[in-house]
Design a protein around this ligand. Structure first.
Ligand code: BMA
Length: 342
C-alpha cells in the first residue's frame, strides 16, 4: 500500500510538472516555425479602414480569408481608470477579442503606452524628462502611485486569462517616449515592471527597441536581461528609412541578421515587432518587400504591421476590400499561410 501511495504521488507529481503553463505554451508556439512566419496586425478585430467595433470583422480576413496569427492590442489609459484605451477602443472589447483570438489558436500581444506619470500628458510627452523616471523608480515621489498603475495592468492581464506576449517600454532607443533610455535608468524600469507581473503564469516578455542598434553590442546596451526577457525584436517602419524599398529592405535584413545571432547565443526567439508601409502606397509591398525578407528569415517568429485606423484615412498598413494591394496581399497569404489562423 505504502509502495502504491508512493507511486501514485510520484505519478501525480510528474503529471503536474509536465503540464505546461500558459506562458510555456505560448513560448513553444512562438518558437515553432513549421508553418511559416506568423503575421501580426495591431487592433485587427477592433476596427478597420472604414469600420469600427463590428464583431467578427477584420480587414485582413476580408482580404485574404483568414485572421492574422498575431493580434496586438494596447492598454494605454487603463492606468487612468478609463474604459477606452488611447485609440478609443473599449477595454471590454479588447478582452473579448483577445479571448476569441486565443480560442481560434492565434496569439495575443499587448503593448502599453501609458500617460506620462509626472506631467499627466501622453506617452509622447517628453517635456520634463529629467524627472519622470527618477520619480517612479524605487525611492521616487511617484513610486507608489506608479505601482498602482502596474497593479491595474497586472489585474487586467490576470483576468484576461489567456497567454499574452507582453511588450512594454518599446522604442526606448528613440527620444519620443518618456521612458526613453536617454531620460533615466531604463533597465531599472523594466525590472520593476517585471517584478510586479512575475507572479502571473500567462506572460511572455518581449523586448523591442527601435532600429538604432548597429551590432550585437549596441543591441544589448539597454537589454533588460536574459532572466526577464523571453523574445527579442525591434520596430522599424519603411518611412523611418526614407522610403526607397531597397533601403528599407537592406536595413531590415541587416538588423534581423544581428537579432538572429543574438537569438542563437541567448536562446530567445526573435521578431520584427512593428513594421509596415503607411498608406500602402506600393501595391506590391507585401510580395515585393515583406515576403522576400520573411523568406530570408524563416527562423524568425513573427512580423507585425501597425493599425488600420478608421478615423485617420492615411493611417493603415494592410489593404482593405477595394484597395489596390488586395490581390497582392492574397498572394502573400498563399505564400505564407502558416502566418494566419482561420
Ligand atoms: C501610433 C499611431 C497612433 C496611436 C499609437 C498607439 O503609432 O498609430 O495613432 O495612438 O500608435 O496605438
Amino acid at each position: 500500500m505504502k509502495h502504491f501511495c508512493f507511486l501514485l504521488a510520484a505519478t501525480l507529481l510528474v503529471g503536474c510538472t509536465n503540464t505546461p503553463t500558459p506562458r510555456e505554451e505560448l513560448l513553444t508556439h512562438l518558437k515553432s516555425h513549421d508553418g511559416g512566419v506568423f503575421f501580426g496586425h495591431h487592433d485587427d478585430p477592433s476596427y478597420g479602414h472604414t469600420w469600427c467595433f463590428e464583431p467578427g470583422r477584420s480587414d485582413v480576413k476580408e482580404v485574404c480569408g483568414a485572421y492574422p496569427a498575431i493580434m496586438s492590442f494596447d492598454l494605454g489609459r487603463i492606468e487612468l481608470g478609463d474604459s477606452l484605451n488611447l485609440d478609443s477602443v473599449p477595454f471590454t472589447l479588447i478582452q473579448r477579442e483577445a479571448r476569441a483570438q486565443h480560442a481560434r489558436g492565434g496569439i495575443v500581444s499587448i503593448s502599453w503606452h501609458p500617460a506620462n506619470p509626472l506631467t499627466g500628458g501622453t506617452a509622447w510627452d517628453v517635456s520634463d524628462t529629467a524627472n519622470v523616471l527618477p520619480a517612479i523608480l524605487e525611492g521616487g515621489s511617484l513610486h507608489e502611485s506608479f505601482s498602482a498603475w502596474l497593479d491595474t495592468v497586472h489585474n487586467f492581464l490576470r483576468d484576461l486569462n489567456v497567454p499574452v506576449l507582453f511588450r512594454p517600454w518599446h522604442e526606448e532607443t528613440g527620444k519620443w517616449f518618456w521612458w526613453s533610455k536617454y531620460y533615466g535608468d531604463y533597465q531599472a524600469l523594466w525590472r520593476m515592471t517585471y517584478d510586479h507581473l512575475k507572479d502571473l503564469n500567462n506572460l511572455v516578455f518581449a523586448y523591442s527597441p527601435g532600429q538604432e542598434f548597429t551590432d550585437t553590442t549596441t543591441y544589448l546596451e539597454d537589454y533588460p536581461g536574459d532572466d526577464i526577457v523571453d523574445l527579442i525584436g525591434f520596430d522599424a517602419y519603411q518611412a523611418w528609412n526614407l522610403a526607397p524599398k531597397e533601403t528599407y529592405m537592406s536595413v531590415i535584413r541587416e538588423k534581423l541578421a544581428i537579432l538572429r545571432s543574438i537569438s542563437k547565443t541567448h536562446h530567445k526567439p526573435f521578431a520584427l515587432t512593428e513594421t509596415g508601409l503607411e498608406s500602402l502606397t506600393d501595391s506590391t509591398w507585401y510580395t515585393g518587400t515583406l515576403l522576400p525578407i520573411i523568406q530570408d528569415f524563416p527562423d524568425m517568429s513573427y512580423v507585425l504591421v501597425w493599425r488600420n485606423a478608421w478615423n485617420k484615412p492615411e493611417h493603415f498598413y494592410t489593404p482593405y476590400v477595394g484597395h489596390p494591394a488586395q490581390a497582392d496581399f492574397k498572394t502573400f497569404y498563399e505564400a505564407n499561410k502558416g502566418g494566419f489562423v482561420l
